[in-house]
Design a protein around this ligand. Structure first.
Ligand code: DGL
Length: 286
C-alpha cells in the first residue's frame, strides 16, 4: 500500500488567493485531503523583492512539510515566479506552480494570438508569463499589465463594492484598443473578482483562471505518480481540509465559509517567529 497516497496536498499563498485554487481541488479532486497556509500577515507579496518572497515561500513550505504532504502547490503567481524552480529541485515530492498551466491554457484558447496578462508588480516584472508563452509559441503577442490594487481589494473582502468596480475599470483600461482576445488572471487573488473583470473586458475576451488549469496538472501528476485517492479510499478514510493563517483566524474562517461553503472550517492560527512559522491555536480541529 502506498502510504504517501493518504497524505494531503499542500497549498500555499500570501493570503486568500490560493483559495481559488483550493476551490478547484474540491471540485476536481473531492477524494483528496488538503492543507492550506495563507500568509495574510505579510500580504501582499507583489511589491516585495523576489529574494524576500522566496524566503517567505520557503517558510510556508517548511511548515507544510512538517505537517506531511504528498504534493506542494505554490498557489501564488508571485511565489511561483520567485521560488518554483529552487523548491522543485530541492524537494522529493512533486511541486506545482501556477504560471505554466495558465500559460498553456492561454496558448490553447487564443484565436487571434494576442494574449493579455494581469498580475502583481512582482509577477509582471519577472516577465515569466511572457517568457513561458513565447518559448512555446514565439508568434504570440503578449501585453502584460500590473494591477497592484486588486490584491488588497480581495484581502479587504471588497469583491463587489463601488471601489472594486472603479479600480477594476481603471486598471483594465490599459487594454483598451489592444485587441487581446484572451486574458490570463495571473494572480490567484484575481478570480475572486472574476465577475467584475469579465464585465469590464466584455464577453469577447476569454478569461484564464490559473487555478482551474493548475488543478488539471495536479490531477494528472497524482495519477502519473500513483498518488491519487479513489472514491473507495475516501469511504475508508474521508478526506479532510485544514486551513492555517498567519493573519486573523476568525476572518479567515469567514472567508472560507463564504468562498468554499464550509460551515465550520478547521482553521489554525499561526505566528511568525524569526524565519519559522508556528501553529499557536486551532479552531474546529477534529
Ligand atoms: N496571490 C498571489 C499571486 O498569485 C500574491 C498576491 C500578493 O500577495 O501580492 O501572485
Amino acid at each position: 500500500m502506498n502510504v504517501m497516497k493518504d497524505l494531503p496536498i499542500g497549498f500555499i499563498d500570501s493570503g486568500y488567493g490560493g483559495l481559488t485554487v483550493v476551490k478547484q481541488s474540491l471540485k476536481q479532486l473531492p477524494n483528496e485531503s488538503i492543507i492550506y497556509l495563507g500568509d495574510n500577515a505579510r500580504c501582499p507579496y507583489g511589491p516585495r523583492s523576489m529574494e524576500e518572497v522566496k524566503d517567505y515561500i520557503w517558510q510556508l513550505t517548511r511548515f507544510l512539510l512538517k505537517k506531511g504532504i504528498k504534493m506542494l502547490v505554490i498557489a501564488c503567481n508571485t511565489g511561483t515566479a520567485a521560488a518554483l524552480e529552487e523548491i522543485r529541485q530541492t524537494l522529493d515530492i512533486p511541486v506545482v506552480g501556477v504560471i505554466h498551466p495558465g500559460s498553456r491554457a492561454a496558448i490553447e484558447r487564443t484565436e487571434n494570438n494576442h494574449i493579455g496578462v494581469i498580475g502583481t508588480q512582482g509577477t509582471i516584472a519577472s516577465n515569466l508569463y511572457e517568457r513561458v508563452m513565447k518559448d512555446k509559441a514565439d508568434y504570440l503577442q503578449v501585453t502584460s499589465v500590473a494591477c497592484p490594487s486588486f490584491v488588497q481589494l480581495v484581502e479587504d473582502h471588497q469583491l463587489n463594492s463601488p471601489l472594486a468596480w472603479q479600480q477594476v475599470r481603471e486598471s483594465l483600461s490599459a487594454f483598451d484598443q489592444t485587441g487581446i482576445d484572451t486574458l490570463v488572471m495571473g494572480c490567484t487573488h484575481y478570480p475572486h473578482l472574476k465577475p467584475l473583470i469579465q464585465a469590464v473586458m466584455g464577453q469577447g475576451v476569454t478569461l484564464i483562471d490559473s487555478g482551474v488549469e493548475t488543478l488539471n496538472e495536479v490531477s494528472m501528476l497524482l495519477d502519473y505518480f500513483g498518488l491519487s485517492r479513489s472514491a473507495k479510499d475516501a469511504q475508508i478514510q474521508p478526506p479532510s481540509q485544514h486551513f492555517y493563517t498567519t493573519g486573523d483566524a476568525k476572518q479567515f474562517a469567514q472567508f472560507v465559509t463564504a468562498w468554499l461553503e464550509q460551515a465550520e472550517p478547521s482553521i489554525g492560527q499561526c505566528q511568525i517567529e524569526g524565519d519559522e512559522i508556528l501553529e499557536v491555536s486551532h479552531r474546529n480541529a477534529e
